[in-house]
Write a protein that binds this ligand. Structure first.
Ligand code: AMP
Ligand code: GLY
Length: 507
């Protein structure tokens, strides 16, 4: 089969990588694609729908896999189906689950699917009036597609009113802001949940946790995602069962009953609080970077799955997953998610041996003879598989240390919430605090936590670096006695800076 993948990021690179291993794939094409993807697929570098379909006919494409959301939302699925080309992806009407937050929220209400309380508005004055009845923080969402930027979480009324004006009056997100959704703020821990579905049958994928904020400890601006890991321990067996019964099944059934058969991959963004999952949002595509670890954990043929979805025969497949963990660390341009410079040479890539346990997927790169140049906000997704989460993180971070360009930024605490859930209980008054310079130091901390557990000593654990986040390290150490902490263990691989700084702040 000739396969076309539509999109341009690390997600599409990983889909193309997986497809290129399929015995069923005779050729793999990506549009628009990027410099890194060129090494394994033909990139067409066009986003023009007519041109894409024309070229698909010329190249005798048999199956299209939709990567990025705007294509199905704007009707590209039907353009292929009209020409008899199979599509793994949502129809235009089903794509409203992501393309219109008003649609998604009203659908969930009709189908009794747990989510935040909400109201929707197309009138600024009415929206402002509604805000006044609520308590902070305020969650305001532009209804349409806004490249992941259309959600504002505002700490006070003034900021919320200003946000509404920007969306509804100044149209900072264009027509995406014609309608807004104002909703209840949900507390909890987020997770991403995916199912392959042909509309009737579905197959669940491993759970993941993304890291949306730019900086460690979930600080800084919202991004497309700075890293993720799978599986996510916050999704326990119990939670998984609730997601399936209370969210996935009613969603697929509801869509079918309303005449919107949902096919492709369904992404449910979740907020989990005390074991109860609620929907934050639906997406009609794989997540980026969630797709990258998923492709590495998938032990079946993606082309076969995509075809079975398109043919509505998913029940005939037995989809298998590796019994391992995987993690992706995003390397981004300095300045991302705001303005950033492009065109830096990426160093160190050639030293890495890439294989089925370690892949560097390209999100925003351009090929220039024998080198790669940065060409986007998110540039690379360093993705690794390990026997457990710690193993996967170690492999990713070891590779990250070898890659460099001026201004490169990444989060050092990818996976830490997962590790913490595995090693610690929630502690109100920890007798001991463990500070790690980076998540990759967890392996060493494991030895300490085992002994502390053995003796029943309570402890807390954070990632904070002496030189990258000096203020946080200082605050944490200074406030430790107030939390009842008597001992601090500082661990930073091969260096004494962190223990030195911690010692300097204690007295
Ligand atoms: P979305 O684009 O809808 O995924 O929203 C972006 C991010 O905003 C989510 O990943 C959450 O971190 C946060 N968010 C969105 N809606 C809510 C909500 N109702 N309560 C708390 N956080 C939210
Ligand atoms: N990683 C979040 C998303 O793809 O929407």
């Amino acid at each position: 089969m000739n396969i076309l993948i539509v999109g341009a990021g690390g997600r599409e690179h990983s889909i193309a990588w997986k497809c290129s291993q399929s015995p069923k794939a005779s050729s793999v094409h990506v549009t628009p694609g990027n410099g890194g993807i060129e090494s394994i697929a033909n990139c067409w570098y066009t986003t023009d729908y007519e041109e894409i379909v024309k070229r698909a006919l010329e190249e005798k494409i048999d199956l299209v896999i939709m990567g990025q959301e705007d294509y199905p939302v704007n009707g590209l699925t039907e353009m292929f189906l009209d020409k008899g080309i199979k599509v793994f992806g949502a129809s235009k009407t089903a794509a409203q689950l992501e393309g219109s937050k008003v649609f998604a929220k009203e659908f969930m209400k009709r189908q009794n699917i747990p989510s935040a309380q909400f109201s929707s508005f197309d009138d600024l004055k009415k929206a402002k009036g509604y805000l006044k009845q609520l308590a902070p923080p305020y969650v305001i969402k532009a209804s349409g597609l806004a490249a992941g930027k259309g959600v504002l979480i505002c700490p006070d009324l003034e900021t919320a009113e200003k946000g509404l004006e920007e969306i509804m009056q100044d149209k900072v997100f264009g027509s995406a802001g014609d309608y807004v959704v104002i909703e209840e703020f949900m507390e909890g821990e987020e997770a991403s949940w995916f199912v392959f579905t042909d509309g009737t049958n579905y197959v669940s994928l491993p759970s993941l946790q993304d890291h949306k904020r730019q900086k460690e400890l979930d600080r800084g601006l919202n991004t497309g995602g700075m890293g993720c890991y799978a599986p996510a321990p916050v999704v326990t067996k119990d939670v998984e069962e609730r997601i399936t019964r209370e969210i996935v099944e009613p969603t697929l059934k509801g869509m079918a009953e309303e005449g919107n058969l949902y096919k492709g991959i369904l992404y449910v963004g979740l907020m989990i609080s005390e074991g109860i999952p609620r929907v934050v949002e639906y997406n009609i595509r794989f997540g980026d970077p969630e797709c990258q670890p998923l492709m590495m954990l998938l032990d079946s043929d993606l082309v076969e799955i995509a075809e079975a979805v398109a043919d509505e025969k998913l029940d005939q497949l037995n989809v298998k997953w590796k019994d391992k963990a995987a993690a992706a660390v995003i390397l981004a341009s300095g300045g991302y998610p705001q303005s950033y410079e492009k065109g830096f040479t990426i160093q160190g890539l050639e030293e890495l041996e890439q294989n089925e346990d370690l892949m560097v997927f390209h999100a925003g790169t351009q090929k220039d003879q024998n080198r790669y140049l940065t060409n986007g906000g998110r540039v690379l997704a360093v993705t690794a598989v390990g026997d457990d989460l710690q193993g996967a993180l170690n492999r990713s971070y070891e590779a990250v240390e070898k890659i460099h360009w001026p201004g490169m930024q990444f989060r050092r605490d990818i996976g830490i919430k997962g590790l913490k859930r595995m090693v610690t209980r929630k502690i109100e008054e920890p007798q001991v605090a463990i500070i790690l310079g980076s998540a990759s130091d967890m392996k060493i901390a494991d030895k300490a936590t085992k002994i502390l557990d053995e003796f029943g000593v309570t402890y807390d654990l954070i990632v904070s670096s002496a030189h990258r986040t000096p203020a946080r390290t200082k605050d944490f150490v200074n406030s430790a006695p107030d939390r009842g902490t008597e001992v601090i263990i500082a661990i930073a691989g091969m260096a004494a800076h962190l223990p030195g700084v911690v010692a300097a702040y204690t007295h």
